[in-house]
Each structure stands twice: as C-alpha cells, then as structure tokens.
Design a protein. Structure first.
Length: 79
C-alpha cells in the first residue's frame, strides 16, 4: 500500500473564502454582547450544577437546547 493517495496537492491557503463551509460569527457589541455572555455563563453554571444535583435527563436536555439554539441563531449569520 502506498501513501501517494493520502498526499495533498495544494495548500490550505489557496482555498477561497467563498468555499469555506463555516461563516464567521457576528461581531456583537453593547447590551446584546453582555446579555449573550451572561446567558452563556448561566448555562455553563446550570450544566455544572446538574453534575452534582441531577435533574431528569429529558428536562435537562429541553432546557439546554431551549437556551443553546437561540444563542446559536443570534451568534451566527444565516447562510
């Protein structure tokens, strides 16, 4: 078995920005940045609290997704 099939012919710097699958996050400022940061910190504390004081798995997942999904839509631009 040869490794010639595993080698790449180009460099990563040559990939155009338009071909990049991930779009950069929005640049947040002001109150929105503070609110999103606070919500993210509170969600992290909730996750740590859940380690020591477990809640039912379904309830934990619902709360987690109910917070994470809106944060995701606020932080990233639509494609």
């Amino acid at each position: 078995m040869t490794t010639s099939a595993l080698t790449t012919t180009g460099s990563y710097e040559q990939v155009p920005v338009e071909a990049d699958a991930e779009k950069p996050a929005r640049e947040l400022t002001g109150r929105l940045k503070a609110v999103i940061s606070l919500v993210a910190v509170l969600l992290s504390l909730y996750a740590i609290w859940n380690v020591f004081n477990p809640v039912p798995a379904l309830q934990y997942r619902i709360v987690f997704l109910a917070v994470v999904l809106p944060l995701t839509f606020l932080l990233y631009r639509p494609a």
